[in-house]
Write a protein that binds this ligand. Structure first.
Ligand code: DON
Length: 585
């Protein structure tokens, strides 16, 4: 089989993680202080182009991030949109500011802990996944306005212009979108059917997708900002639709929505500085824990089976902690300091046995008495000043809840399924949780989205991916590969594997493990399950300070594009390396 995705060549890796943590060395004189141009990678070529258009007009990375997010909402409606949310990780170069704009959805004020349970107290997946009862209050519009106002340089209307144009004039449906429409059309509400299956026939690849209602919504948003989405005509239509069709939102939910600016988690791995999102994303805590566990183990060992075994065991343990402890910090006290302490992660590392897989059931299970790729999207941007944005955006499952309020043009999310409908009941990704992540009014549901940045001696990487619960494991493997010197083109090609505590199974992409590794891992007691599909859709931008180059690479599993524009001398270098390898799904 001609498999494009290969395993990590662990034997060649230098154990950087075992080095004492020390800050990145100050850049030497031979290193560039500024990138030689700008670069954008996103899940859709038209969205990448929207970002380049804004950068060419003099916008900065933050302006471009708004434009790309809005364009993704139009051209990749299965993954993200105005009816959803996300995390925008921002680095501002002039004052070295790192922060996360948390535009995560919140539960409506009338939400209750048992709202998705039947009379016997069992979760009903249908309720938390389909229709407007499944929708949290959207955060993306508030986040875009905030980013444009506080960090951008151009007016919101200018940033939204490419998205409005794409919605108004339309664009050709790609194969991936056409396939997703077929998969989800049965869940669509009438307003969504009118757009995606006009006269009852689902749009096919090559058909033009025109979204006049969405264009109007975006126009009102461009003129009126936040109030023109959470109020005005759009707000009124959204609320009327949701309430008529089974949702529980109230006017005050829309008025009350606020983004939160959060301090990222920053930690050192040898000379690398890793910047990852804090709660309510679970990614940052899991990342730091895995790095510390692997550091304690002097990972990787020379034996590739053992290297994978240790990585899987580390994943198992941090996903257990995710299930047991993590939730919205405004609602639950999460022992973050303890979870990230060396004593704690050393104990986790020391509990990993070299000779066998630890059955998840043998680890202290999370329980109530414990303290109390085709969906979602990503963009990575670096501008010529060195500003950067890594953002993961979502409406959760494909096309979110499948619900579009009449006259609005965008899908509402089904992010409420990221809560634990009931402690220890698995959600759509098989993730379990405890009281820390049960539903409460205005609470943010725990997320796996992990937009991140890594700064090392040689440069900077900005990356992230969709993929539900697997986001964290994919991003980890990619980050380690970057640290170990892999090129962005090779990073996106690496085969992926994942363990999330429960189910007690290692899921791996075809080709991620050699036969010897499969045999070796089985012998250690791991349950292995080859994934039926390649998963994830990683977008990476890398600035190599020494070589003075920029690369922008989009995952070959998707249809996205990475593009670089060199500024001196003026010269456009079509990146798009991510498209050089045929996606095999
Ligand atoms: O926030 C989360 O963790 C999920 N709603 C992300 C969903 C996702 O990545 C779907 N992708 N395939």
């Amino acid at each position: 089989m001609n498999n494009p995705f290969r395993g990590l060549l662990v034997a060649l890796l230098f154990p950087v993680l075992a080095l004492a943590a020390e800050p990145p060395a100050a850049s030497s004189t031979s290193e560039a202080k500024r990138p030689p141009g700008y670069a954008v990678a996103s899940a859709h070529p038209l969205a990448t182009d929207a970002g380049l258009e804004i950068l060419a007009q003099g916008g900065n990375a933050f302006d471009a991030a708004v434009a790309v997010s809005a364009a993704l909402a139009v051209v990749e409606p299965t993954g993200s949109g105005l009816g959803g949310g996300g995390f925008w990780m921002i680095h501002r170069e002039f004052d070295d500011l790192d922060l996360v704009v948390d535009g995560r959805e919140v539960a409506p004020i009338s939400a209750t802990g048992d709202m998705y349970l039947d009379r016997d107290g069992e979760p009903v997946a249908e309720l938390s996944r389909n229709g407007p009862l499944a929708s949290g209050i959207p955060g993306e519009p508030a986040a875009l306005v905030h980013i444009a106002r506080v960090f951008g340089e151009l007016p919101l209307a200018q940033l939204l212009a490419p998205a409005i144009r794409l919605a108004q004039d339309g664009f050709p449906v790609d194969e991936k979108l056409a396939g997703a429409i077929i998969d989800h059309v049965d869940r669509f509400s009438p307003a969504a059917l009118a757009v995606f299956a006009p006269n009852g026939t689902p749009l096919k690849a090559g058909d033009r997708l025109v979204q006049p209602d969405l264009a109007q919504t975006l126009r009102r948003f461009a003129q009126g900002g936040r109030d023109a989405f959470y109020g005005g005509e759009t707000g009124a239509r959204m609320l009327a639709g949701v309430r008529r069709d089974g949702g529980i939102w109230q006017q005050k939910d829309l008025e009350a929505y606020r983004i939160v600016e959060r301090k990222p988690i920053v930690f050192l791995a040898g000379p690398y500085r890793v910047t990852v999102p804090p709660l309510p994303s679970a990614g940052g805590i899991a990342f730091q824990q895995v790095f510390q566990i692997l550091g304690r183990k002097h990972w990787p060992p020379n034996d590739p089976v053992l290297a994978r075994h240790e990585m899987i065991e580390a994943m198992r343990r941090v996903y257990r902690d995710r299930a047991a402890w993590l939730g919205d910090p405004a609602f639950v006290e999460v022992p973050v300091e303890k979870l990230l302490s060396r004593d704690y992660t050393d104990a986790l590392a020391d509990g990993i046995e070299l000779a066998r897989a630890t059955p998840s059931i043998e680890l202290e299970p999370p329980n109530e008495t414990l303290r109390e790729g085709d969906t979602t999207s990503h963009l990575s941007i670096i501008d010529a000043e060195g500003n950067r944005v890594s953002a993961t955006l979502s409406i959760n499952l494909g096309f979110g809840s499948g619900y579009m309020a009449p006259g609005t043009g965008y899908f509402l999310n089904n992010e409420m399924d990221d809560f634990s409908a009931k402690p220890l009941a698995p959600n759509a990704y098989g993730l379990i949780g405890t009281k820390a992540n049960v539903i409460a009014p205005h609470k943010r549901m725990l997320s796996s989205m992990t937009p991140l940045m890594i700064e090392g001696p040689g440069g900077v990487a900005v990356l992230g991916t969709p993929g539900g619960s697997r986001i964290i494991s994919m991003s980890l493997l990619a980050s380690l590969a970057y640290i170990y010197g892999y090129s962005p083109q090779d990073i996106v090609k690496l085969g992926r594997y994942h363990h999330q505590f429960l189910p007690d199974t290692v899921v791996y992409e075809p080709g991620a493990f050699s036969q010897a590794e499969i045999d070796g891992l089985r012998k250690l007691g791991h349950q292995l399950s080859e994934s039926a599909r390649y998963y994830g859709n990683m977008q990476i931008v890398v600035w190599d300070r020494k070589a003075r180059t920029l690369s922008a690479v989009s995952d070959p599993r998707g249809i996205g594009a990475g593009r670089v524009v060199m500024q001196a001398p003026p010269n456009t270098q079509a990146g798009g390396q991510g498209r050089a390898i045929a996606a095999d799904r």
